[in-house]
Design a protein around this ligand. Structure first.
Ligand code: ATP
Ligand code: MN
Length: 462
């Protein structure tokens, strides 16, 4: 079967050509004039192809008139200018072969409206809806553009491990990986579980970040990035958190926080422009059906310069704003979403990079500033979503790093390889992490992060 994708058929200027299209039926309408209109979609684009099936088809009564939403068909015939409104072309079928029927009594995606929550219970079918088809295409385009952006700038794509024995943030919230019997694990004489006898001979988990491994490659290859799945066992039931999500983490050697912020700004701008350029029809759909204004927001942000502000100054702006926040701002606090949004939406009226956070609320590996109380960290905040990127310049001084590990309750002996980077030819380096689903959420306007990944994993959802 040689079929042409519907996207291509709808874009071609050619008429009167003989073509074959295949897809799933969205609707069927029977006309008194002796034919049926069958709208089919093949996922290549948002729009359907209208197939005209004349009553003279041999299988018209037995098959065509039994077509319902969800059925799969192959149509071949002539592509012609459409007489009706709504579409430029239509396919006048010479044959319409049914590959698989679909019964309207069972099929959950019939004509009736169905909400996103209900669709989450149908992850195997929801890609057949307009919304999830559009999300899938935008997600693909963004992933592709992530690779293009870094490749064009000479960054190397590094595959960091998914199973790891190190803990990036020095905090819990990791999923353990084990082959021990949970009911009867082997025990040491003192009663604790004997991980020597586990699969890896030690405790292992799913990664929460590829950063530590990314740093080792940056400190040999220069500029690198990772783009892979990350896992967090936090009990966060919010519309912005998943237990399994994809993260993009660039890391640059010979770079400071300023270079890091510049990279983050160029990266986001590239992605916004790319999605506007390549996903026009899908974005218009989101704008009309999901979040009015999402298109204009993207257009604005694709051109907006990013604001810059230090954490200390940002707190001062919050304290003197005269606004009543749910959580009163004070120096030393971890900013809440309401604070981040206020800064981006009302103060800077666009994206803003906040730098130099208090040491106490940031991870041990961030470079200590000379003031002795802040570190060279940055967050990129966007209007309406708040934090989308978190990054930092990394501590490259061996003594300072060992000291902050101890201060965070970590044993430097567990981080031998990480410290080796500071022992042998240490260099200033910096990087950041961008949650891919937060990006897709922002570009599509989808309210819940669970609706921008094909199979969402969250507490009690797998
Ligand atoms: P948050 O405060 O929103 O939980 P975080 O400070 O824990 O985020 P980082 O550890 O800095 O986030 O991770 C880097 C990026 O990964 C974040 O800026 C965000 O875009 C994304 N991210 C973090 N946690 C999640 C999650 N549970 N689900 C989806 N994306 C996430
Ligand atoms: Mn978090």
């Amino acid at each position: 079967m040689k079929r042409t994708r519907i996207k291509e058929l709808l874009e071609t200027e050619r008429r009167g050509i003989h073509v074959t299209a295949a897809g799933w039926v969205r609707t069927r309408r029977d006309s008194k004039g002796g034919f049926s209109f069958v709208e089919i979609n093949d996922g290549s684009c948002l729009a359907n192809l209208q197939v005209i099936a004349p009553a003279s088809l041999a299988n018209y009564a037995d098959a065509v008139l039994k077509l319902h939403p969800g059925a799969s068909v192959v149509a071949e015939g002539v592509l012609e200018a459409s007489e009706g409104g709504g579409q430029a072309v239509e396919l006048k079928a010479d044959t319409l072969q049914v590959l698989g029927f679909s019964e309207p009594v069972d099929y959950p995606l019939g004509k009736q409206k169905i909400n996103f929550e209900r669709l989450r219970e149908l992850p195997h079918l929801r890609a057949r809806t307009n919304s999830f088809g559009a999300v899938a295409r935008v997600r693909h385009l963004l992933a592709h553009e992530v690779h293009r952006f870094f490749h064009d700038r000479g960054f190397l794509y590094v595959h960091t491990p998914i199973i790891t024995a190190s803990d990036c943030e020095g905090a819990g919230a990791m999923f353990q990986v084990t082959t021990l019997d949970p009911h009867a694990p082997p025990r040491r004489p003192d009663g604790t579980v004997d991980y020597d006898r586990d699969f890896f001979g030690r405790r292992a988990s799913l990664t929460v970040s590829g950063q530590l491994e990314g740093e080792t490659y940056a400190c040999a290859m220069g500029d690198i990035y990772t783009f892979g799945p990350t896992f967090r066992a936090e009990n966060s039931n919010t519309r912005r958190h998943l237990s399994e999500f994809w993260m993009i983490e660039p890391e640059m050697a010979f770079a400071d926080l300023e270079a890091d912020a510049e990279l983050a700004e160029a990266f986001l701008r590239h992605l916004f422009r790319a999605v506007l350029k390549h996903c026009g029809a899908d974005l218009r759909f989101f704008d009309q059906r999901v979040l009015p204004g999402v298109l204009a927001r993207l257009e604005r942000l694709a051109e907006a310069p990013f604001g810059r502000v230090s954490y200390t100054e940002a707190i001062r702006l919050l304290e003197t704003s005269g606004k009543s926040f749910e959580f009163a701002p004070f120096w030393g606090m971890d900013m809440q979403s309401e604070h981040e949004r206020y800064l981006a939406e009302e103060v800077f009226k666009g994206p803003v990079v906040v730098t130099d956070y208090p040491e106490a609320i940031k991870a041990f590996y961030m470079r200590r500033n000379d003031d002795g109380r802040t570190v060279a960290a940055m967050d990129v905040l966007l209007p309406e979503v708040g934090e989308i990127i978190g990054g930092s310049q990394r501590e490259e001084r061996l003594e300072v790093l060992s000291a902050s590990m101890r201060k965070s309750g970590l044993n430097p002996d567990d981080y031998g390889p990480y410290l080796d980077l500071r022992r042998y030819g240490s260099v200033p380096h910096a990087g950041f992490g961008l949650g891919f689903e937060r990006l897709v959420q922002f570009c599509t306007g989808m309210h819940n992060i669970r609706d921008v990944i094909p199979y969402p994993r969250a507490p009690r959802l797998c």
